[in-house]
Design a protein around this ligand. Structure first.
Ligand SMILES: Nc1ncnc2c1ncn2[C@@H]1O[C@H](COP(=O)(O)OP(=O)(O)OP(=O)(O)O)[C@@H](O)[C@H]1O
Ligand SMILES: [Mg+2]
Length: 312
């Protein structure tokens, strides 16, 4: 637990604790501001310095070397390109502060995808329905692009869920909470010698749930599930059974509920979500090119209805 106004030194920067951002299974996250930096300006003179930091006070777990896993995640992030859609770690990454350990990352400003899904669910004005659906589909596209970017970088976030993705003011989704970030080539995270199953129940892929464990496309499965949920809530009443249709891979039926202006533009995205949710990892798109190709696919133009058969 941190106190408001408390100063936390991360490298040569002193962050003043502002408020708690939230808490979850592995700790509580606090917003810290560097009060000496000019307002409204993120400082990137050297990669590790930001005006705002997300400071995660790690929970203790006596039989799980959690800090080792987190340290690995933070180190892994610092070896990736800074502009990748994942919050950056701050030097010196994991710090000891009194009796607690704090994982230090860049603060990402903006609503969580969970907040956006909640807003869409509450907006029941049918006049806005098409607009809502369009916005959700656009965010869906950005999310699939993010999935492709991470696939190409060869990293697995391990816990993609709507609370761990923040949408920046520019509309770009960024993954936060990089405790379990790892390279696809890394060993699984273990507790008492057994691989740990990290993830959020609703978005967890079959290979993680029932074995053999994380594959390089497990995040893609989770992100596809998030986009499915976005589309479902945005489509509202007109598309009550959307998740069923996603499940049955019934694209033409699903897309036919969209207003015609959106059908062609977003057919490829829906196709991509369905492929991303394939229970067999090898059958999901494997890189950003495959994702992009799928997203650019156009709906099959249904030509003249087939002539009725003449029975002689
Ligand atoms: N780098 C960050 N920038 C902005 N917000 C962040 C950042 N890291 C975490 N948060 C926010 O802090 C809150 C708490 O995060 P935390 O990861 O502890 O819990 P959670 O995501 O709700 O649950 P879980 O334990 O399943 O991850 C979340 O709302 C999350 O969006
Ligand atoms: Mg989280």
């Amino acid at each position: 637990m941190l106190k408001m106004g408390e100063s936390i030194q991360v490298g040569d920067v002193h962050y003043t604790v502002q408020r708690e951002l939230g808490s979850g299974r592995f700790g509580s996250v606090w917003l810290g501001l560097d009060m000496t930096a000019p307002a409204n300006k993120v400082i990137r003179e050297h990669q590790a310095r930001y005006r705002a930091a997300a400071l995660k006070v790690l929970k203790r777990d006596s039989d799980f070397d959690f800090s080792e896993a987190v340290n690995h995640g933070l180190r892994c992030r610092s070896e990736l390109p800074p502009d990748l859609s994942i919050s950056n770690s701050l030097a010196p990454k994991l710090i000891s502060h009194g009796a607690v350990e704090i994982a230090c990352t860049e603060f990402i400003e903006g609503p969580m995808v969970r907040t956006i899904i909640g807003q869409l669910r509450r907006a029941q004005d049918s006049e806005l329905e098409d607009r809502r659906l369009e916005e959700a589909l656009l965010l869906g596209k950005r999310l699939m692009e993010m999935a492709g970017e991470l696939l190409d970088a060869g990293v697995i976030h391990s816990d993609m869920n709507p609370r761990n993705i923040v949408v920046t003011p520019a509309g770009k989704p960024k993954a936060v909470d990089i405790d379990f970030l790892r390279r696809v080539t890394d060993m699984p995270i273990k507790k008492n010698g057994v691989p740990v199953r990290i993830g959020s129940e609703r978005y967890i892929s079959p290979e993680v749930k029932d074995g053999p464990g994380y594959s390089r496309v497990s995040d893609l499965y989770a992100i596809s599930g998030i986009v499915r949920d976005l589309v479902n809530v945005a489509a509202g009443r007109s598309l009550r059974d959307a998740s069923l249709m996603f499940g049955r891979r019934d694209l033409q039926a699903l897309i036919s509920y969209f207003p015609s202006s959106l059908q062609e533009r977003f057919f490829g995205l829906i196709q991509c979500v369905v492929e991303g949710l394939n229970p067999i990892p090898e059958k999901r798109p494997q890189n950003s090119t495959e994702i992009r190709d799928l997203m650019h696919q156009e709906a099959l133009r249904t030509s003249e209805p087939a002539p009725a058969l003449k029975v002689s």
